[in-house]
Design a protein around this ligand. Structure first.
Ligand code: PMV
Length: 312
């Protein structure tokens, strides 16, 4: 068997996070500047399936019997073997990822996607995207608890998506290039914690929180048409509006607010957190000519990494 490699990109949510868990639409796009890669090589006879998570400096052995504390990568591999009705093979998979973990860039979904894609090819039964998406979603449940499914969908299909939970995937056109900066607070924020807090808040104050979630849905719908029209000025305004609503859900933080203020102060059209919030990344919509100044402002306000990406 020759060496087999598969990759999967990061993703970024532009509008609609959190509300998407409750059936509102959200918009997300692939972020190919960061990615996960899986390389499968033949293993030694009798050694079984070995997964090397190079970034974590950890090695996992996939056994036939499930253990209660199996990490998600092992669960993912076993799920694939069960789906393909194959025994544990003698293979070694090495995973590398440039996607920071727990920062809203879809690292969990991308690592699982790369792993299952490479492994299914190595086992002679490559998965179609629909099946792969369903398997990655099962694994996402282990990371997130109640994931909407947006991460795995964008990462597996590598397309911008307008996502409504439980509905067929819709993609959309981009009327004019959208220039975006993605800035990292450097603070890890587990998605399931923020999602759980929003759920408790909604349980305590259903009427107020449902109204916020619906307004986020309206913002996401307007954002889709602004992207299709190529209206970046409106996208900036909608980002500010979405951020104000996310604040009401308690998922912003001082670190995010500092960076958002720095971006807007340096000429961004609008900025908002992206993903689960609390820490992780934020996005700033910019005019191309303002990108260098906004990037510099974000860095001097404490962003640990700023990516520049253009949606076309
Ligand atoms: O931070 P991320 O990339 O895991 O995104 C979470 C997005 C949420 O809407 C908060 C949760 C979800 O499952 O959609």
């Amino acid at each position: 068997m020759a060496e087999i490699t598969a990759t999967a990109p990061g993703k970024i949510i532009l509008f609609g996070e959190h509300a998407v868990v409750y059936g509102q639409p959200a918009i997300a796009v692939p972020l190919p500047a960061v990615q996960s890669r899986a390389v499968v090589r033949p293993g030694r006879a009798g050694e079984g399936l070995i997964i090397v998570a190079a970034n974590l400096g950890r090695t996992f052995v996939v056994r036939t019997d499930a253990q209660p504390d199996d990490p998600a990568l092992v669960v993912a591999a076993r799920l694939l073997l069960t789906h393909l009705r194959q025994p544990v093979p003698d293979l070694q998979v090495v995973l590398h990822s440039t996607i920071p973990v727990a920062s809203g860039l879809g690292s969990g979904a991308a690592v699982t996607t790369a792993l299952l894609r490479a492994l299914s090819v190595a086992l002679g039964q490559p998965l179609d995207n629909e099946t792969l998406n369903a398997l990655v979603y099962e694994v996402e449940k282990l990371y997130h608890g109640t994931p909407s499914g947006i991460d795995n969908t964008v990462v597996v299909y590598e397309r911008p998506v307008y996502f409504v939970r439980g509905q067929p995937i819709e993609t959309f056109t981009v009327g004019a290039p959208v220039h975006l900066l993605v800035a990292d607070t450097g603070l890890a924020s587990p998605t399931h914690v923020a999602v759980g807090d929003v759920r408790r808040l909604r349980d305590a104050e259903p009427a107020r929180i449902d109204a916020v979630l619906e307004r986020i849905g309206t913002v996401a719908r307007s954002a889709r048409s602004a992207i299709e029209r190529g209206d970046t000025l409106t996208l900036g305004r909608l980002a500010r509006e979405n951020q104000a609503l996310l604040r009401e859900l308690t998922v912003s933080s001082e670190a995010l607010e500092t960076l958002i203020a720095a971006a807007e102060g340096a000429g961004a059209l609008g900025a908002k957190l992206s993903g689960a919030g609390r820490g992780g990344n934020l996005i700033a919509f910019v005019r191309a000519e303002a990108a260098p100044a906004v990037m510099a402002a974000l860095k001097s306000a404490g962003a640990v990494r700023v990516l520049y990406t253009v949606l076309t």
